[in-house]
Design a protein around this ligand. Structure first.
Ligand code: GCB
Length: 698
């Protein structure tokens, strides 16, 4: 514990040379925090900790299993906590408007400034923004307090889910000061600028730029809205200017058409080319505000017969799911953490990404724009709904925030409406979700006519729910929760047939795996997936069979592995650690890539690679074993203890096998070399053959 006296209070000082335009100042440093519902009037004393954003209180208790915290209902603290911080406005801010923007606070947050309630936000995943102007003291330090509460709320999705619902101000926060007339930061905390591609052809692109302007004056204002589009090299390629009268205290919207000649398209991973759109607001002869947004020129569709069409061309979408979670950090991720995740996802060769099961950080969206990933982002409507009208209203609010805040990101291609919803299966049982989903789809289309809606279903039988999003997807786990990996072959055409021959997505598939657990010889599915033994080899088998059926499959429009990284789900108790879902291709600390990671890398990337599977299975007890290598090379050679066992060509899913390799007692040196186009790549490991433990089968 650090007492307040020990913490130097660093006041936010906005730049002394305030320009007329908006200023954003980070509020991330110098908060005090207490994990208790102490109330607004509580004195900040030695019980309060010094913390910085991003911050969560569940990074440790939310990942250690429920048994570690038997006193807590969910096994981790779900309740209210308080944050407090001081800031001072410089004289130059006088007469300007001041806003606070939180990029996310979980789940319900109440913001107070100088002991007055500024506003409440309900929902753990979207940004929100409040105007502080009338709450501030210009002559003294201002105090902001936030009560964040991650209890269960019957009106805020998700009602339940297989992940820890971390609490806290777990993304950055900032103060924004603007002129009295500004591009609105209050339109569902979006940028206030919406870029819509109206037409895209080789000769020209027609873009409509919608700008929302807020007038904080008590008199009418005459603003001019200027649009400037620059290309990747910073050259201006389109401009426009419009007059916009805004009544006193009101918000007005202007739509401006602009054209870009010979557009350079955003082409996914092939060429994620970005333009930049800048909107400037002029008043009384000066620029008073400006907002800059990414602009990627692309169209997106999911055709029932041809699958995903990016710019009218079929585009193979294969990728992974990702949670906003990391070992020992929970949801409080830095830009570097997000950066490393997306780098690993790109390294894997993904073309698609599903952000499960909620809106993720804007940092991630920027990285996906630049990396060329086609992203599915969804609202957290998981398992069941409640019949409360407030629940439906909140789901609509979260959808609105997700769409408005993500609108200009070309990588965001599919809006997800639900995950595994079913009134008859989920606990707690809820009412039939059909009406709500119908309303959500309508709302999504009203807000955004350019992107298809999607959803993930667990049901393999016909359901009215499957018809509600524009395109349905299925979460399927043959070889894990049910059946065998061989079931993929019949399952994929079955799902498409069930949907009248239309292509379907596979939004989740996979199996758990521990890098500490291994199975020699003939592999068998786990008797129960909820048990401790989750061999890495079985996960690889499930993915090998799944991908053998899924690649180039004419029944599918896209596939997403469950899941890229192991993640915290405190209620789980299986695999090698309680509190963890271990279906990741990479461990929760991002340090170890499991065998299945390299299986996909061999299939999805072009840079020559070889990888020796089961490298961690040592010591071993079977002298005669199959050796398996994943490689995208033309020829792959295996050497055991220096002797070549011959060259093999990878099969249709990039697997090379040497059956019946005989190991010597003690340490064996296993080496492989892949060759392609005059390039050589190598991998090696050491396996120790031990005598089988007494009593084990021959
Ligand atoms: C699912 C859910 C996902 C779970 C996953 C699993 O179908 O959509 O949230 O984490 O299965 O691992 O069981």
């Amino acid at each position: 514990m650090i007492s307040r006296a020990m913490v130097p209070t660093v006041l936010v000082c906005l730049s002394s040379a305030l320009s007329a335009q908006r200023q954003a100042t980070s509020l991330d440093a110098d908060w005090r925090f207490i994990r208790s519902d102490v109330g607004l009037g509580a004195t900040v004393d030695s019980r309060w900790q010094a913390v910085a954003l991003p911050h969560t209180w569940n990074n440790l208790d939310g990942q250690n299993g429920t048994a570690a915290d038997p006193g807590l209902v969910d096994g981790y603290y779900r309740g209210a906590a308080w944050y407090e911080r001081q800031f001072q406005l410089p004289k130059e801010a006088a007469g300007r408007r001041v806003f606070v923007r939180f990029e996310a606070v979980s789940i319900v947050s109440d913001v107070y400034v100088n002991d007055r309630h500024v506003g409440q936000h309900r929902g753990a995943f979207a940004a929100f923004c409040f105007e502080l102007t009338s709450f501030l003291r210009s002559d003294a330090a201002n105090v902001i307090r936030v009560r964040a509460d991650n209890s269960h709320f019957q009106d805020v999705p998700p009602l339940s889910a297989d992940f820890t619902m971390g609490g806290g101000i777990y993304r950055p926060a900032s103060l924004i000061t603007t002129d009295a007339v500004c591009i609105s930061p209050l339109d569902s905390a979006s940028s206030g600028v919406y870029l819509t591609i109206k037409q895209l052809a080789a000769e020209s692109a027609a873009i409509e730029v919608r700008t929302v302007v807020s007038n904080g004056l008590t008199t009418a204002a005459n603003a001019q809205v200027e649009v400037e589009i620059t290309d990747g090299g910073g050259q201006i390629v389109a401009t426009g200017k419009r007059e916009l009268p805004v009544a006193a205290g009101q918000t007005a919207t202007v739509d401006q058409p602009v054209r870009i000649a010979h557009p350079h398209l955003w082409q996914g991973r092939k060429d994620p080319y970005l333009y930049t759109a800048t909107v400037r607001l002029h008043r009384e002869g000066r620029v008073v505000d400006a907002v800059t947004q990414p602009l990627g020129l692309r169209t997106i569709q999911i055709a029932p017969d041809r699958g995903v069409l990016l710019n009218d061309e079929p585009y193979p979408v294969h990728g992974v799911n990702r949670h906003q979670d990391r070992l020992n950090k929970g949801w409080a991720l830095t830009p570097e953490d997000h950066g490393e995740d997306i780098r690993q996802i790109l390294d894997l060769g993904c073309t698609g990404l599903r952000l499960a099961h909620y809106q993720q950080s804007g940092v991630v969206h920027d990285l996906c724009d630049r990396g060329g990933l086609l992203v599915w982002q969804e609202i957290p409507l998981v398992n069941s709904i409640s019949g409360l009208p407030e629940f439906a209203a909140n789901a609509k609010q979260q959808l609105t925030e997700m769409i408005k805040q993500g609108y200009n990101h070309p990588s965001l291609c599919f809006w997800g409406l639900f995950n595994e919803l079913n009134a008859t299966w989920a606990e707690p049982l809820g009412p039939a979700p059909d009406q709500l989903i119908t309303e959500l789809r309508k709302l999504a289309h009203q807000l955004d006519a350019t992107r298809p809606t999607v959803a993930a279903s667990w049901m393999r039988e016909p359901s009215s729910l499957h018809e509600l999003p524009d395109r349905i997807s299925f979460n399927v786990y043959p070889g894990w929760y049910w059946g065998s990996p061989d079931d993929y072959e019949k399952l994929l055409p079955h799902l498409s047939e069930m949907m009248g021959g239309r292509r379907v997505g596979i939004s989740e598939y996979g199996a758990g795996a521990s890098i500490l657990h291994h199975q020699e010889g003939v592999l068998t599915p786990p008797k129960s997936t909820g048990t401790r033994f989750h061999p890495e080899e079985w996960q690889a088998i499930v993915h090998e069979r799944a991908w053998a059926c899924a690649q180039n499959n004419p029944h599918l429009w896209g596939t997403f592995v469950w899941v890229m990284f192991d993640f915290a789900s405190d209620k789980r108790d299986e695999g090698d650690a309680p509190g963890r879902n271990d279906k990741g291709l990479v461990t929760a600390d991002r340090q170890v890539r499991k065998d299945a990671f390299f299986f996909y890398q061999a299939n999805w990337t072009g840079e020559p690679m070889v990888y020796l599977a089961s490298r961690r299975m040592t010591p071993r007890h079977l002298a005669t074993t199959e050796v398996k290598v994943y490689s995208n090379c033309a020829d792959v050679e295996l050497m055991v203890n220096g002797a070549s066992l011959g060259v093999v060509h990878p099969d249709a899913v990039k697997i090379c096998r040497w059956p019946a390799v005989v190991l010597a007692p003690g340490v064996n040196r296993i080496e492989t070399v892949g060759r392609r186009d005059g390039k050589e790549v190598r991998d090696q490991c050491a396996w120790t053959l031990e005598a089988a433990p007494a009593g084990s089968p021959p």
